[in-house]
Design a protein around this ligand. Structure first.
Ligand SMILES: NC(=O)c1ccc[n+]([C@@H]2O[C@H](COP(=O)([O-])OP(=O)(O)OC[C@H]3O[C@@H](n4cnc5c(N)ncnc54)[C@H](O)[C@@H]3O)[C@@H](O)[C@H]2O)c1
Length: 379
């Protein structure tokens, strides 16, 4: 009986202690506390069955290229109701086979607090961001979303004792960094607001870990390639767009030079890296931010591989402002520390990537065709 009571106390204390302890050490906390209100009705937080062995995970920006797939992977692992997807846009996936989905603007701290409290969140996967090309077109919005938003995530995670994952990128390096290969720790002087905001996130996250014990984790992803969701305005988008154009029109105009080598990764490897990295015990990590990659290729190399499937593919090149960004990024990541220290290993190389993209897009296009035929008959 006493044992049980102690266990319950320990559980409750481990959840509330970071919050209570922090309260006395920082003047920002009472402000957060005062604004803790119950303004919005969130859909059924009571459904979240908090099991000690499974974390409750909140994903921000979950309607982007990476979020939907990660939610699927985490739901299969931790249970449908333990993963809360969020964004400022409506959900894309069908409601019937998905779990919780809530509105969360990462610039609205009160809204975030409410979600964390109502769902008893343990982990945050912070995906909301403006990517490199989009960020250059709207620097002030990129500063708000990528920097102010990140501040909210750090503060929130510190107050509530949450484990926080924030992805970084090849874009966190710049023309002064060694480019082939780029090690984990080296000069980082990026020339895009996206890159600057990611270096800021890496450094602040490491500082919060060192200063407050926040369990902050970050992986630097290369360009991520997927067939079921479109990329969100990055410099590596060509490596997804070419598959769509090749299959629909047999032609593609590339905005990078044929010899522009960049690190890349298939989405399944990328999402698996997040899950595996998040499950490493805190004390086993020697760093907070690691490079991960799978392959490096140029547009010319990718197109040659695609031509094995579509021999008549016509390619033209018209480099635009994204070329400058790509020229300042790593050509190859040195991810040996991730491999040695927590067992990172990729499964998809260039050949496997092109194969899975063709298989995936073929069934996607067939399903779209069938759906449009069915809706035509229904009229
Ligand atoms: N996709 C890649 O190739 C790649 C590579 C390296 C790193 N990353 C990082 O991974 C993360 C996810 O990338 P992605 O490709 O899914 O991005 P994406 O652009 O596809 O999606 C970003 C999401 O953020 C949401 N968002 C924008 N403003 C918001 C706000 N104020 N509040 C809440 N949500 C908001 C958008 O609605 C969108 O759904 C980003 O942090 C990105 O920097 C991605």
């Amino acid at each position: 009986m006493v044992g049980m009571a102690l266990k319950t106390f320990k559980n409750v204390f481990s959840r509330t202690a970071p919050f209570l302890l922090n309260q006395t050490t920082d003047s920002q906390i009472p402000v957060g506390l005062m604004t803790l209100t119950s303004r919005r009705c969130i859909n059924n937080p009571a459904d979240v069955q908090h099991q000690e062995e499974h974390p409750v995970v909140l994903i921000t920006g979950s309607q982007g290229q990476l979020g939907t797939g990660l939610a699927r992977m985490l739901r299969a692992r931790y249970g449908k109701n333990n993963v809360i997807m969020s964004d400022i846009v409506k959900r894309r996936e069908p409601k019937h086979n998905s779990g919780h989905y809530v509105y969360a603007d990462i610039l609205d701290f009160n809204n975030l607090q409410e979600i964390v409290v109502n769902y008893n969140v343990d982990w945050i996967i912070h995906f909301s961001a403006l990517l490199s090309a989009v960020g250059e077109q709207n620097v002030s919005l990129a500063m708000r979303v990528n920097i102010e938003g990140l501040h909210n995530m750090l503060e929130l995670s510190r107050q509530y004792g949450i484990k926080l994952f924030v992805p970084s990128t090849i874009g966190a390096f710049g023309p002064d960094s060694p480019r082939n290969p780029t090690p984990d720790i080296t000069i980082q002087r990026p020339r895009t607001i996206y890159g600057v905001s990611k270096v800021h996130a890496e450094l602040l996250g490491e500082y919060f870990n060192h200063r407050f014990g926040l369990d902050f984790r970050s992986l630097r992803f290369p360009g991520v390639i997927s067939y079921d969701s479109l990329p969100g305005g990055g410099t590596t988008d060509y490596a997804v767009a070419v598959f769509h154009e090749a299959m629909r029109t047999g032609r593609y105009q590339c905005y990078l030079r044929p010899d522009t080598m960049l690190p890349m990764m298939y989405i399944d490897d990328c999402l698996r890296s997040v899950v595996e990295f998040m499950e490493v015990p805190n004390q086993d990590l020697r760093m907070r931010t690691y490079n991960v990659q799978a392959m490096s290729f140029t547009p010319a190399e990718l197109f040659e591989e695609i031509k094995l499937y579509i021999p008549k593919l016509e390619i033209t090149y018209k480099p635009d402002e994204r070329q400058k960004i790509a020229d300042s990024w790593p050509m190859r990541f040195d991810d040996s520390r991730a491999r040695a220290e927590w067992g990172w290993s990729h499964r998809y190389d260039l050949k496997a990537l092109v194969k899975v993209m063709f298989e995936g897009l073929t069934s996607k296009f067939q399903a779209e065709k069938q759906a449009s035929r069915a809706s035509r008959y229904a009229l």
